[in-house]
Write a protein that binds this ligand. Structure first.
Ligand SMILES: Cc1cc2nc3c(=O)[nH]c(=O)nc-3n(C[C@H](O)[C@H](O)[C@H](O)COP(=O)(O)OP(=O)(O)OC[C@H]3O[C@@H](n4cnc5c(N)ncnc54)[C@H](O)[C@@H]3O)c2cc1C
Ligand code: SF4
Length: 522
C-alpha cells in the first residue's frame, strides 16, 4: 500500500465492518478495511467440509478457511473469517428479535430501541437482500411436524434469508442495487450455504456492502491482522491513531504501521474483545473496565439428529429453511449441510445429560451397550448431511460469561456472579428427544458438550456493550468508545442483550444507525 494515511481504518469485514465501510465511504471519508482472513471468490469455497483447508481457519495447520472453532472453559464458539466475515459461513437467516431484546440488558434505558432502530432494520433488510424462503423441503417438513406435535404449528414459518432466488443456476445482472451491484445467480437449493456458496446465490457482504463501498473508493486489505492501535498524539486520540498490522497468513510476519483519524473495531466478538483487552494494558489505558464483560451466547443449544433409515434427503434446501417459536422465550431452527459435508460426525458423541462428566460418560457407555443396533445403524449412515440436521435452539433468557486476557495473551472465560450458559437446557433436550422419536433418529452433539458440559454457540455477542458511562459500558448509545475520540465498536461485541434469534440483522441495523449519526466529511 503506497498511501498509509486514512480517515478511518476499519478492523474486520463482517456485518458491522462492512456497513461502516460503505456508509463512511459514501460520506466522503477515505476508508481502509483490514481483514485477517482470505478473500474468497465463489469457486474457491470448499466442495464439502471434508476440505478442511478451505472450510476451517487454523493457521497453525496452514488452513485458511472461513470458519473458526474456539473452545473456552465455559463455551465453544464457531465464527467466520474472511472478506465478508461471518457472512461467508453463516446460514443467511435474518429474523427480527422480539421486543424483550430492546428492553433488557445494559442498553435498555438509553433509548426506545425498538422504535429508534425500525428504519435501520428496514435498511438492513433491503441491503442484505433478505426475502422469505420460497421452498420447503423434507427438513422443513420434519420441523413442521415437530411444531404440530408441540402445538406450535401456528408459530412455524419459512425463514427470511439473504439469498438471491432467481431462476436456479441462471446468472443475471445485479438484481438488487439498480445495476450498481455485481452479477448474481439463482439459488439451486444445494444446502451448502455454511461451507460457502459456490453458486453466487448467497448475499454475502462482498456482494452488497463491501462491493458498493469499493465503488465509493474504500480499500480492502485481506490477510492482515491489526495487532496494535495507539493514539498518534493526544492521549484521547484527538490527533488520530497509529494502527499496526502484520500478515495473518505468512510465516514471516512483516509489520506495517498506518495512520488514521478514526478507528472502527469490527473484528467480531472474539477479534474485538481480544484486541481491546490487549490494548487496555498499554496502548489504550482509558478503555472501560467493562471490556470483556456481559458476553452472551444467545442461550443456545446445538444438537444433531440423524435419521437412521436414511429415507429422507435433508441436505436439499437452503441452510435454514424454517423457524418455529417453541414458547414465549425460545426459537428452534433446523440447519443443514450440503450433500457430502459430513465432517462434523468425526467430533460427535451421543447426546446425554447429567450432573458431571463421570455420570455422562457412564450414560454414554450404557446407551451404546443398551442400543447396539441403533449405533450400528448410525455408523452405517452413508451421507451424514443427507440424513442429519442440527437443531439450533435459541432463547432470550439471560446468561453471561466474562472474557479475560489469558496468560498466553489470548482469551479465557470466567463466570462473574451471573447465570452461566448451560449445555443442558431442559426445553432444548425435550425437543431433541421428541424429534428423535418423530423421525426415528439418534441425537448426537459436539463431543465437548456431553463430555465436559460445555455448550456451543454460533452467536457469540457482547463484551463491549453500551452503557451510560464507562462504569456500565464500553461504548455509548452511538457506539463511541468512552475515553477516546473517533473510535467506535460496530460488531457483535456491541450487542447489549440476548436477541434470542440469529443476530446478524440486528448487528447490521445497529451499525447502520451508528454510521447514520456520523456527519459527512467536511
Ligand atoms: C456456521 C455459522 C452459521 C451462522 N448462521 C447465522 C445465521 O443464519 N443468521 C445470523 O444472523 N447469524 C448467523 N451466524 C452468526 C453470524 O455469522 C455472526 O453473528 C456475525 O457474522 C457477526 O458479525 P460481526 O460484525 O460481529 O463480525 P464477523 O462477521 O464475525 O466478522 C469479523 C471479521 O473480523 C476479522 N478480524 C477479527 N480480528 C481481526 C483483526 N485483529 N484484524 C483484522 N481482522 C480481524 C475476522 O477475520 C472476521 O472476518 C452464524 C455463524 C456461524 C459460525
Ligand atoms: S442453497 Fe446452495 S446455491 Fe443456495 S445460497 Fe445456499 S449454497 Fe448457495
Amino acid at each position: 500500500m503506497e498511501n498509509t494515511q486514512f480517515d478511518y481504518v476499519i478492523i474486520g469485514s463482517g456485518f458491522g465492518g462492512s456497513v461502516s465501510a460503505l456508509r463512511l465511504a459514501e460520506k466522503g471519508y477515505k476508508v481502509l478495511v483490514v481483514e485477517k482472513g482470505k478473500w474468497y471468490r465463489a469457486g474457491d469455497f470448499a466442495r464439502t467440509n471434508w476440505q478442511f483447508a478451505k472450510w476451517l481457519w487454523l493457521p497453525a495447520f496452514r488452513w485458511f478457511g472461513i470458519m473458526k472453532i474456539t473452545i473456552f472453559r465455559h463455551v465453544g464458539v464457531i465464527s467466520g473469517t474472511g472478506v465478508g466475515g461471518g457472512s461467508l459461513v453463516y446460514a443467511n437467516t435474518l429474523p427480527m428479535p422480539k421486543p424483550a431484546f430492546f428492553q433488557s440488558g445494559s442498553w435498555a434505558k438509553l433509548a426506545d430501541w425498538q422504535q429508534e432502530l425500525q428504519p435501520f432494520y428496514q435498511k438492513a433488510v433491503a441491503m442484505l437482500g433478505a426475502t422469505k424462503n420460497p421452498r420447503l423441503f423434507d427438513g422443513e417438513q420434519a420441523l413442521q411436524n415437530l411444531a404440530r406435535e408441540i402445538g406450535q404449528e401456528h408459530a412455524f414459518d419459512a425463514t427470511r434469508v439473504a439469498v438471491y432466488f432467481g431462476e436456479p443456476d441462471q446468472t443475471v445482472d445485479d438484481p438488487f442495487f439498480g445495476g450498481k451491484g455485481p452479477e448474481r445467480t439463482g439459488c439451486n437449493f444445494c444446502g451448502a450455504c455454511m461451507t460457502g456458496c459456490r453458486h453466487n446465490a448467497k448475499n454475502t457482504l462482498d456482494k452488497n456492502y463491501l462491493y458498493l463501498a469499493q465503488q465509493h473508493g474504500a480499500q480492502i486489505l485481506a490477510e492482515q491482522e491489526v495487532v496494535d492501535v495507539r493514539p498518534a498524539g493526544a492521549p484521547d486520540g484527538a490527533d488520530g491513531y497509529e494502527i499496526e498490522l502484520r500478515s495473518a497468513t505468512r510465516f514471516f510476519k512483516k509489520r506495517q504501521v498506518l495512520r488514521a483519524r478514526g478507528v472502527i473495531f469490527s473484528g467480531g466478538v472474539l477479534g474485538t474483545v481480544k484486541l481491546l483487552l490487549k490494548l487496555r494494558r498499554r496502548s489504550l489505558p482509558r478503555l472501560s473496565d467493562m471490556v470483556g464483560r456481559e458476553v452472551r451466547t444467545n442461550n443456545e443449544s446445538l444438537i444433531a439428529v440423524t435419521q437412521l433409515d436414511q429415507s429422507a434427503d435433508w441436505s436439499k434446501g437452503i441452510a435454514i429453511g424454517a423457524i418455529v417459536q417453541t414458547d414465549e422465550h425460545s426459537h428452534l431452527e433446523l440447519c443443514r449441510y450440503g450433500a457430502g459435508s459430513g465432517a462434523w460426525r468425526l467430533t460427535f458423541l451421543p447426546f446425554v445429560e447429567g450432573r458431571n462428566m463421570l455420570v455422562r460418560m457412564l450414560k454414554m457407555a450404557g446407551d451404546v451397550l443398551l442400543h447396539p443396533v441403533t449405533y450400528w445403524r448410525y455408523f452405517r449412515v452413508k451421507d451424514w448431511a443427507k440424513s442429519s440436521t442440527v437443531m439450533l435452539f435459541m432463547q432470550t433468557l439471560d446468561s453471561t460469561v466474562t472474557f479475560q486476557r489469558s496468560f498466553w495473551g489470548g482469551l479465557r472465560t470466567q463466570i462473574v456472579g451471573a447465570e452461566k450458559p448451560t449445555a443442558f437446557i431442559p426445553r432444548a433436550i425435550e425437543l431433541a428427544r421428541r424429534f428423535e422419536k418423530l423421525v426415528g433418529g439418534k441425537a448426537m452433539a459436539f463431543g465437548l458438550t456431553p463430555l465436559a458440559g460445555i455448550p456451543g454457540t454460533a452467536h457469540i455477542l457482547g463484551g463491549a456493550v453500551m452503557g451510560d458511562s464507562p462504569e456500565t459500558g464500553v461504548i455509548d448509545r452511538d457506539n463511541h468508545v468512552f475515553g477516546y475520540q473517533n473510535m467506535l465498536v460496530c460488531d457483535g461485541a456491541m450487542i447489549s442483550a440476548n436477541p434470542g434469534v440469529n443476530p446478524a440483522l440486528s448487528i447490521t441495523a445497529i451499525a447502520e444507525r451508528a454510521m447514520h449519526n456520523i456527519p459527512p466529511k467536511a
